[in-house]
Design a protein around this ligand. Structure first.
Ligand code: AMP
Ligand code: GLY
Length: 414
């Protein structure tokens, strides 16, 4: 089996390595890939979307796996183009990927299908936003488009809301777009992953990510500074509630609305005093949750995804270990406002944990930083304590100039 994995970060490296370890022994190719991914996968010689599609056809790719979201909604959409080319794709078509690409589309979907979520209104200007906030703080402002996890501001007061509104509507930091003003919810967060195949689904191992930059959930939102994953993260009762009130109605809603879906679907939930509520959908695996979850996966992910992409649902092909997995992210200087490239990374040889590269480059002088999030250091254990002790100890062995790492991953909110 020949599989093409689309993306270039730590999530894609985790997917590539897990797919490569599948008992069916597939050949893995990657676009755009990274130096680290291409130690396992073969880099696809393509320069853009058109040449990628042509390469996949010419090389008789059996399965395309969407790691990241951007290609799902680019031009006609990755899955749509794969369908035209006759290549099974694990990842939804463009019309369904609007669940992630448009916060307003997702909110309307949630409300239409009576899936628990925070109340919200969509606005198109600074003044409309101020009216919608109505002096009620904290408030949550969400740019209505893909913004790499940075388009959301939880604003405790008017000054912080006005700052963000200026970024969105005056400076247009994320480009043109509307904004959702959303009810502020409280409670621990949890990331639930579904593998969706038309009207069927499998709930995978849950995880929790840590989105703020600094310890104590302080500082700006990031793409994620670490994650903890385990089947034990949610009780069977909680999982049942989540399945009944959120996952099953979402899958029914997709069917009802005529939105085809074969791929991973990420439910970002808040466990509020009134029960679990959806704060976002993502049409792909979470990053860095994927780096934490994949090492717990057993079975044949490649066969599972290929079957699913063809509309054949085989949940028996994969399962998850009962232990714990903890991922610590090392980010470069300046992240998330900016990033720093070219800093030499030391200590990788002495690190005994699994390392996935989020943003690095291989040079004659060794691995160097090449992005905001740089490395994911991941360790497993039978107990939470064993996994987190190992992850932090191994992460501490790796360093580069200006590196940023949280010390409370898998300690806080547990
Ligand atoms: P999102 O990109 O929608 O997942 O939002 C990023 C982060 O902002 C979430 O992980 C939450 O920590 C926070 N957040 C989003 N929506 C809300 C909400 N309605 N109430 C409180 N916090 C929120
Ligand atoms: N970990 C958050 C995300 O993947 O969007």
């Amino acid at each position: 089996m020949k599989i093409a994995v689309i993306g270039k970060g730590g999530r894609e490296q985790a997917l590539v390595e897990t797919l490569a370890a599948s008992p069916c022994k597939p050949q893995i190719f990657s676009f755009p890939g990274s130096d680290a991914i291409c130690e396992t996968a073969t880099r696809i010689e393509a320069s853009d979307f058109d040449s990628l599609m042509q390469w996949m056809v010419d090389n008789k790719i059996d399965l395309c796996v969407a790691g990241e979201e951007s290609y799902l909604v680019k031009d006609e959409g990755l899955a749509n183009r794969c369908a035209t080319a006759g290549i099974p794709c694990w990842g939804p078509p463009k019309e369904s990927a609007q669940l992630e690409a448009s916060k307003e589309f997702a909110k309307n979907f949630l409300l239409r299908h009576n899936i628990p979520t925070g109340g919200a209104s969509a606005v198109a200007s600074y003044d409309e936003a101020i009216t919608a906030i109505g002096g009620k703080y904290p408030t949550v402002l969400k740019f209505d488009g893909l913004a790499a996890g940075k388009g959301v501001a939880v604003c405790p007061d008017a000054a912080s809301a006005e700052d963000f509104l200026r970024e969105v509507f005056t400076e247009k930091r994320f480009g043109e777009g509307r904004l959702l003003v959303e009810e502020f919810l409280t409670g621990p967060e949890i990331s639930i992953f579904g593998a969706i195949c038309d009207d069927k689904y499998l709930i995978l191992c849950p995880a929790r990510d840590y989105k703020r930059l600094m310890d104590g959930d302080e500082g700006p939102n990031t793409g994620g500074m670490g994650a903890v994953a385990s089947r034990q993260l949610a009780s069977p009762e909680l999982l049942r509630t989540i399945e009944e009130t959120i996952v099953a109605p979402t899958v029914r809603g997709l069917q009802k609305d005529g939105l085809p879906y074969r791929g991973f679907l990420y439910f970002g939930l808040m466990l509020t005093p009134d029960g679990p509520k959806v704060i976002e959908y993502n049409c792909r695996f979470g990053d860095p949750e994927c780096e934490a979850v994949m090492p717990l996966l057993r079975g044949d992910l490649a066969e599972f995804c290929l079957a699913g992409a063809k509309g054949e649902f085989h949940p028996d092909l994969i399962s998850f270990d009962n232990g714990w997995s903890v991922c610590c992210i090392l980010a470069s200087a300046g992240y998330p406002a900016s990033s720093h490239s070219g800093d030499i990374i030391s200590g990788l040889d002495s690190c005994a944990a699994r390392v996935f590269h989020c943003g690095t480059k291989k040079t004659p002088a060794g691995w160097v930083t090449n992005g905001g999030r740089v490395l994911a250091i991941v360790a497993q254990g039978d107990t939470l304590d064993a996994a987190r002790t190992a992850a932090h100890a191994e992460a501490a062995k790796v360093d580069f100039d200006g590196s940023q790492r949280r010390s409370d991953i898998a300690y806080r909110n547990m």
